[in-house]
Design a protein around this ligand. Structure first.
Ligand code: NAD
Length: 327
């Protein structure tokens, strides 16, 4: 296949790019405007196998790239991802995350690209009533970021209804963490709010201390419980999803492990893995944090050949820590 990956200089896209370069013979082409992504990831990954990289934006005229490459599939990561920023500047999110999906699908229509893998998020579920959510659970996002992704999902579904040749997989990621076990790539943004990223930064003294937001939730130890998935397992889920829709119909898949760890459990494990007893404050709850959010991931596990290999909190933290040391 001839595959276009958007946003592959970023955290998740670069891990998917690595899997495809190592484990497939697909022709790969990447576009990324490097607004958040890192050129080092591109340069490192080119050492595995060469691919074409275009430093362009989704907003640019991409006709020449599409006309030249005749893509069979697109894996679309490029988007903004900060929930708080989306509440301060929602239009930025609707333009980049939602309007640009309509734009890239317009290229699909013009150039006959009929396979599409989309990065969605558990944020589409908002604050669910049940701790475990399936793909059928209600979707009521509580911030513009979540809505920008849910609206994109609708755009994709509507386009698929109008074009019987077109098939999509929408992947709703849970809490993505960790880094490439080979140490080649990882998460780069310094101001990340992801718990494990913050914990390893604190271990290394890049932050003086970290906070636990709320310890009075209705969970065993009072802190929020989340489904942390290793980014390399998330990466292979994209390949399994692409293979699946090639032979079958379009699907929405939750991608998590279907189990959870509390914030306190993560902090304890981070201290254990590193041997560093870093400072942790208990702060007020943040708005919109559900007490428990765990994926029911049985659909992707039964319908596709996805076999996670890194479902191990210790390993997730270890790889994140090793990567953070390299930054
Ligand atoms: N990281 C998570 O925990 C998480 C969870 C759920 C869903 N997602 C989704 O996964 C996708 C990838 O997330 P990530 O964590 O790798 O983010 P990231 O910021 O590391 O990667 C996004 C990449 O897209 C590029 N980009 C953004 N807008 C662009 C544009 N208009 N034109 C060209 N390039 C553009 C950025 O430069 C960056 O390299 C996003 O769609 C995000 O919404 C991420």
């Amino acid at each position: 296949m001839n595959i276009l990956i958007t946003g592959a200089a970023g955290y998740i896209g670069s891990h998917v790019l690595k899997v495809l370069l190592e484990q497939s013979s697909h022709e790969i082409c990447v576009i990324d405007n490097l607004s958040k992504g890192n050129i080092n990831a591109i340069n490192e990954l080119k050492k595995i196998r060469n691919f074409e990289f275009f430093n362009v934006s989704l907003e640019d005229d991409l006709n020449e790239i599409f006309a030249k490459h005749k893509f069979d599939a697109i894996i679309h990561f490029a988007a903004f991802i900060e929930v708080f920023e989306s509440t301060q500047d929602p239009l930025k999110y609707y333009l980049n995350n939602t309007a640009n999906v309509a734009k890239i699908l317009t290229y699909c229509k013009i150039y006959g690209v009929n396979r599409f893998i989309f990065s969605s998020t558990a944020a589409v579920y908002g604050e669910p009533d049940t701790p475990e959510v399936s793909e059928e659970s209600q979707t009521i996002p509580i911030n513009p970021y979540g809505y920008s992704k849910l609206m994109s999902e609708q755009v994709i579904k509507d386009y698929a209804t109008s074009n019987k040749e077109f098939r999509y997989a929408i992947l709703r990621y849970f809490n993505v963490a960790g880094a490439d076990p080979d140490g080649l790539i990882g998460q780069n943004y310094p101001n990340a709010t992801h718990l494990i990223k913050v914990a390893v930064q604190t271990i290394l003294g890049k932050r003086e201390k970290m906070a636990i937001y709320g310890d009075d939730y209705a969970t065993d130890d009072g802190t929020c419980v989340r489904d942390y998935i290793h980014v390399s397992d998330l990466a292979t889920a994209h390949v399994s999803a692409l293979n699946h829709i090639n032979e079958n119909q379009s699907e929405i898949f939750n991608v998590g492990y279907g189990r959870g760890f509390s914030v306190k459990e993560v902090v304890k494990m981070a201290k254990e893995v590193s041997g560093v007893d870093f400072k942790v404050d208990i702060a007020n709850r943040r708005d919109g944090d559900p007490s428990v959010l765990i994926s029911n991931a049985s659909k992707i596990k039964t319908l596709t050949d996805w076999t996670p290999k890194f479902d191990d909190l210790k390993l997730i933290i270890k790889t994140a820590l090793e990567w953070e040391k390299r930054l």
